[in-house]
Design a protein around this ligand. Structure first.
Ligand code: IMP
Ligand code: MG
Length: 176
């Protein structure tokens, strides 16, 4: 078993402030539209639950679960949908809700897949933009927090399925 420590990065109260700011922008941008939020499981469910309660535009929600094959800490190019959305998004305004964007591989792949359903628009809302390792450009329309690098957990994000329940965001420090 690998040994590690958790260092506090963003307290829960700060997250709520970031969410309020993003929600205001979304409320403004979609003022006269019906929105479909698509959460990418599992990591986005806490973020999506808090975000949607700050939205005043009519919203529907759905979820997709993507599996990617690669090493534990890096996504490979091979991605598969293991649970697809059930709503029809043809002609709809879609906002993808993602926990964290790292290389960008996962979202770029999924956006391309969603385009084939012919939605009216697709935008991305990410809790965290982790930009150092970005290798595929993806348009991140709404971002709460930007970090350069590091592995983070809490508020839905996991390390080997652990720590999703933490109310704030923590950085993992591996002990050699
Ligand atoms: P990407 O395809 O490289 O952008 O990988 C994005 C996915 O990797 C995210 O949706 C997360 O599931 C996972 N991921 C990347 N960095 C972290 C992290 O720091 N903590 C938890 N999960 C992460
Ligand atoms: Mg994810």
């Amino acid at each position: 078993m690998e040994d590690y420590q958790l260092t506090p990065l963003i307290p829960a109260q700060d997250l709520q402030k970031h969410l309020s700011a993003i929600a205001e922008r979304i409320n403004h941008d979609y003022a006269d539209k019906n929105l479909v939020l698509i959460g990418i499981l599992k990591g986005s469910f806490v973020f999506l639950a808090d975000l949607m309660r700050l939205l005043r535009v009519p919203v529907e929600i759905d979820f997709v679960r993507l599996a990617s094959y690669g090493t534990r800490s890096e996504t490979s190019g091979q991605i598969e949908i293991t649970k697809d959305i059930e709503l029809s998004i043809e002609g709809r305004h879609v906002l993808i809700v993602e926990d964290i964007v790292d290389t960008g591989t996962t979202l770029a792949w999924y956006m391309e897949r969603l385009q084939t359903h012919q939605p009216a628009s697709i935008r991305i809302c990410a809790l965290i933009d982790k930009y150092e390792r970005r290798s595929v450009e993806v348009p991140l329309d709404y971002v709460c927090i930007r970090i350069e690098k590091g592995f983070v957990v809490g508020y839905g994000l996991d390390f080997s399925e652990k720590h999703r329940n933490l109310p704030g965001i923590y950085e993992i420090q591996f002990i050699k």
